[in-house]
Design a protein around this ligand. Structure first.
Ligand code: GRF
Length: 202
């Protein structure tokens, strides 16, 4: 049975906190077995304060993305990750890592992919003047912010939105959606069918 989740982080960690809360409420049938960051960040501090095992693997300490990704993979094997969740993780994983966990490696991205991939999805959506954006949970493949989509939720853009205000509303949606996607993944209810994924209901 899949139950051990490892969360990859680089920033605030609000999705990590939402996932942990959902586990404690038993809305997700598993637990956060570890948190791995690529740099010092509030998400790692929070993991420490909650006694969740955490570790930092900084790319700067490695000669190449491959070597760094291999070190990351070793940490995840030590923690025996069943499912790996990239939640605000700002680094691109090497193919060897993606291949190892393909189908058990997901990302949450603050736009309705394939619109607005990249590090400034919320800013780009505002600049484009779209009236609706949102968030996507998807399997990670070899391209950036790309792979079979598991869940998406829309968020309306208000006329007076700033990047911050819009991102806050998107995160509120993510805090509900990510735990649901993780629950489905742990329960083996996510079906991968080529480039498409869908969630089977019980
Ligand atoms: C989220 O909006 C997520 O979609 C994006 O980065 C943000 C991370 O937020 N990839 P947090 O660190 O979970 O608060």
């Amino acid at each position: 049975m899949r139950e051990r989740m490892v969360v990859l982080v680089s920033g605030t960690g609000s999705n990590l906190q939402a996932l942990q809360a959902a586990c404690q409420q038993r809305e997700v049938p598993g637990f956060v077995a570890g948190v791995v960051g690529d740099r010092p960040c509030p998400a790692l501090e929070w993991a420490g304060s909650m006694n969740i095992p955490w570790t930092m693997v900084e790319p700067g300490n490695f000669e190449s993305r491959d070597k760094w990704s291999r070190a990351l993979l070793e940490r995840l094997l030590e923690v025996q990750a069943d499912v790996v969740i990239s939640a605000g993780f700002m680094k691109i994983l090497a193919p060897l890592f993606v291949d190892w966990y393909y189908g058990r490696l997901i990302n949450v991205h603050p736009s309705l992919l394939p619109a607005f991939p990249g590090a400034h999805a919320v800013r780009d959506a505002l600049a484009a003047g779209v009236k609706v954006t949102g968030s996507t949970v998807h399997f990670i493949d070899h391209l950036v912010d790309h792979g079979p989509i598991i869940m998406q939720e829309p968020v309306r853009v208000e006329d007076n939105d700033t990047e911050l205000s819009l991102h806050e509303r998107i995160k509120a949606v993510e805090h509900q959606m990510l735990p649901q996607a993780c629950a489905a993944l742990l329960e083996n209810r996510v079906v991968l069918d080529g480039d498409r994924a869908y969630i089977r209901t019980l």
